[in-house]
Design a protein around this ligand. Structure first.
Ligand code: NAD
Ligand code: TYD
Length: 361
């Protein structure tokens, strides 16, 4: 039975990936989920699979060398899928240090532990071992507003935020292991994800949550920054396909072919909420454009991200499958059906975060 070590599996994309993998492979794989359970990690995301015999959760910090080495000693790991990271740009602007620690040092520990476990005495690696490093398109910097340019795997790195700089550094570390040791790895750089279980500090769940409560919808700057949105299940599928069909040592960009300005996203969410709320629901009265509030721009705010996913399509046959109008409806319905989830994650520390982040805006 093939054994996967997933880091950050209690977060947004990691938990969706674990669901996707059990949905696809059932009992024919085993998943070991290593997560430190920071504010962004939530075992509720995995409640429906926690009792499976082929699933193990280990609470550990990826910067803890001994803890990670122990995981590799205890289990014969075949695949690493490395999601664990600090992932929010605004937080990185306020407190960059933890981003360097987790994203750079944590990735170094993961690489070193996998290498130590998989390396043979002659310096080659045990057969069929693979490490996939999950990264972001933000490492490529910002594109001009018009659609004259896209991010390709060959685009130069030009990160601007402490978050993207830390992810760029982690990508370079993975590259150095591939170049120096022929370490069996891939890097994927993906565009913005949305879907179930996303923490409401990110644009889409924050807007859904605020709108449902009749709170202001904070739009940074002029609201015309562009992101290329991908439904999270499509990302999970792409990661699996890269490990199954991709060429080792290659980078694959994963994108949604779905560029939208932030203000467009907010308007679509407002319209979809109106359509999905049942007649007579009192929230229908206040969910409208009057909630939109333009606030101070993010420092160093990248204008446009857009991926040309040509390589992954031609080499591997992956394409985004979920149309945005369907994906956003599924996401909104999920948040309707999981109001307790939202209540739990927005209690406690989240309140303080929200006040700190938005009180001066
Ligand atoms: P997330 O913030 O929702 O989840 C991160 C997870 O990592 C959490 O479960 C957290 O507890 C865990 N974690 C954090 N620090 C840790 C540590 N030191 N040790 C062990 N676990 C730790 O993030 P996400 O949105 O699911 O992103 C997952 C990965 O995908 C990240 O590497 C991110 O850079 C990348 N990515 C995200 C997006 C996006 O739109 N969200 C897009 C492209 C790439
Ligand atoms: P975010 O979800 O934080 O993802 P990223 O910065 O990694 O792309 O933000 C998406 C876009 O939405 C980005 O241009 C910033 C903007 N934004 C707002 O306008 N208001 C908000 O409250 C948030 C969280 C983001």
């Amino acid at each position: 039975m093939r054994t996967y070590l997933v880091t950050g599996g209690a977060g947004f994309i990691g938990s969706n990936y674990i669901h996707y993998m059990f949905g696809k492979y059932g009992d024919s794989i085993r998943i070991i989920n290593v997560d430190a359970l920071t504010y962004a990690g939530n075992l509720e995301n995995l409640k429906d699979i926690e009792d499976r015999d082929n699933y193990v959760f280990i609470k550990a910090d990826i910067t803890d060398k001994d803890a990670i080495a122990a995981v590799f000693e205890q289990y014969d790991i075949d695949r690493v899928v490395h999601f664990a990271a600090e992932s929010h740009v605004d937080r990185s602007i306020k407190d960059p240090e933890v981003f360097v620690r987790t994203n750079v040092l944590g990735t170094a520990v993961m690489l070193n532990s996998a290498k130590a476990s998989w390396e043979l005495p002659d310096g080659t690696f045990k057969p069929d071992k693979k490490f996939l490093h999950v990264s972001t398109d933000e490492v490529y910097g910002s594109l001009p507003e018009d659609d004259s340019a896209f991010f390709y795997e060959t685009s130069p790195y030009d990160p601007h935020s402490p978050y993207s700089a830390s992810k760029a550094s982690s990508d370079m570390l993975v590259k150095s292991y591939m170049d120096t040791y022929k370490f069996p790895a891939n890097i994927t750089n993906c565009s913005n994800n949305y879907g179930p279980y996303q923490f409401p500090e990110k644009l889409i769940p924050l807007i859904i949550n605020n709108a449902l409560q009749g709170k202001k919808l904070p739009v940074y700057g002029d609201g015309k920054n562009v992101r290329d949105w991908l439904f999270v299940e499509d990302h999970a599928k792409a990661i699996d396909m890269v490990q199954e069909k991709g060429r080792l040592f290659e980078t694959y960009n994963i994108g949604g072919h779905n560029e939208k300005q932030n203000i467009e996203i907010i308007n679509i969410i407002l319209e979809t909420l109106q359509e999905e709320l049942p007649d007579g629901d009192e929230r229908k009265a206040y969910i409208n454009k009057d909630l939109i509030t333009y606030v101070e721009d993010r420092k160093g705010h990248d204008r446009r991200y857009a991926i040309a996913p040509d390589k992954i399509k031609s080499e591997i046959g992956w394409e985004p499958e979920t149309m945005f109008k369907d994906g956003i409806r599924r996401t909104i319905k999920w948040f309707f059906m999981h109001e307790d989830w939202m209540k739990n994650v927005t209690s406690g520390d989240y309140q303080k975060y929200y006040e700190d982040m938005y009180s001066n805006r």
